[in-house]
Design a protein around this ligand. Sequence first.
Ligand code: NAD
Length: 493
Amino acid sequence: MGSEVSDARKIRLFIDGQFCDAADGRWFDAFNPATGQRCAQVAEASAADVDRAVNAARRALTGPWGTMPVGERLDLLAAISDRIMRRFDDFLDAEIMDTGKPVSLASKLDVPRGAANFKIFSSVLRDLPTECFQTPTADGRGALNYALRAPLGVVGVICPWNLPLLLMTWKVAPALACGNTVVVKPSEETPSTATLLGEVMNEVGVPKGVYNVVHGFGPGSAGEALTTHPGVSGITFTGESATGKAIMKAAADGIKHLSFELGGKNPSIIFADCDFDAAVAGTLRSAFMNCGQVCLCSERVYVERPIFDRFVAALKEGAEAIVPGDPYADGTHMGPLISAQHRQKVLSYYELARQEGANVVTGGGVPELGGDQAEGFYVQPTIWTGLDEQARCVKEEVFGPCCHIAPFDTEQEALQMANDTQYGLCAAVWTQNLTRAHRMAAALEAGLVWVNTWFLRDLRTPFGGVGLSGVGREGGVHSVEFYSELKNVCIKL
Ligand code: NAD
C-alpha cells in the first residue's frame, strides 16, 4: 500500500446500513486504468468483517425486510432504480474511474442497465404466477396442492470487473425482489459503484442489513470467506471458469445453491448470403466492445469463403478506425484494459499468436497515446487469420479486443468448428436464410444464439452458458427459480 489518500477517495465497506473501515484497518490501492494512476484506497474486509456482514444480512431476513408486504418491497426496488437514474452522473463517474470505459458506452449501457435491472425484477415478481393442483383421493374428497415461494436466505454475490454495476445489479435486484438479503463482493478492480449503491439503499429506505458490501480479493480474502461462510445459503458468481471451479469446491461443504455465469470463446458465423454491412458492423461490436472485455464477445469469427477476403478487409478497416483514448473525450470509442496485469496477459496472447503462426491483419501491440492516457492500460484492436483451429489463441479466452477469422466452405464445417470448444456461452449467426438460421440456432452448443444481431437482450429471457461457461440460468422467472425455494403445501379436504 502506498501513501495515504484523502478521505474522499477512501472506499469503505458497507455493513448493516453503515460505511465502515475494515476491522483490522487494512486498505488496498485502486487504479484508474485510463491513466494507470492510483485513484483510491479500498478497505479490505477480513473474515471477521465478512462474518459481521453475513450476520447483519441474516438478522435483516427476519426483521423489517422479512415482514414487509411484497408490494412495498417491490416499490422499494423501483425507487432504487429511479434513484440510480437521479444520481446518473455519480454512477457514471464512479464506473469510469474504475474501468476507464468511454462515457459513450457507460452512459448508454452500464448505468441505465444498472437501473433497469431493479425495474424489471420488480415487475417480474409482481406478475409471478403460482401453481395449484386439485388431487383426487380414494375417499372422493380430494386434496389441494399449492406452491409457496420462500427466499433462499443470505445470498453471496461475487462479481467481475468488466460490467461492474450492470452485472452486480443483475443479481442483487432479483435476489432482493425474492426477499433475500445480500452480501456483495465486487471485483477488487472495481469497488466504486457497489459502494455507491449502499448510499442509494439508505436514501430510499431499504432496511439496514439487506444490502452489504465487502471488498477484497478471492482466495484467502473476502471472496473465500463469503463462499465458505455457513450463514450464506447461495452464491451467485460471474467471472472466470477457473474461479467458478474453486468456488464450487469451497461451497461444497455447505451444499450451497450455486449460479455461475462464466467465461466464453464465442463464435460468430457469417454466411455469404448475409447483409454484409450489418454483419461487419455487428462483428466489430461483438469483437471490440468494452475493449473486448465482455463475456459475450466473439473471439472466433468464421466467414464463408466467397466473402472471406472482403469481410477481413472490411473488419480491418473498421478496427483501424476505432479511436482509443480519454474516456471523457468526444469521439473516443475504446477504453483501456482493466489493469496492468490484464494488459500483460492480453499482450502475451498477442505474442503467442505470432509464435503460433498467425497472420496479424491489424494491431498486435500498444497504441501510442499522449497526455493523461500515456500510462493507461491500452492495447490495439487486433485481428488474426491463418491460425490452426487447435492453436491456443483460438481455444483460450483472451478477454481482450482481438479475434481470429477463419474461412469455411459448408454449413456443417462451420458448425463443427464453432462447437469445437469446452465453452458454450453464446454464438452469433449472420444469414438471410431463415431455415438455415433456425437449423444453426438449434445445433449450436451455447446458452444463447443471436441471429443477425449481437448483445440484444430482453431481460425476461434465460441467460447462461453450457459447458465451462456456466451453471444455471438467470433472467426473468429463471432468476426467481434460483433466488427462491419452492415449498409444496398439500391440504386434505
Ligand atoms: P475472476 O474470476 O478473476 O473474478 C471474479 C470475482 O471472483 C472477483 O470479485 C474476484 O475477487 C472473485 N474471486 C476470485 N477468486 C475467488 C475465490 N477463490 N473465491 C471467491 N471469490 C473469488 O473474473 P474477472 O477477471 O473479474 O472477470 C472476467 C471473467 O469473467 C472472464 O472470464 C469473463 O468471461 C467472465 N464473465 C462472464 C460473464 C457471464 O455472464 N458469463 C459476464 C462477465 C464476465
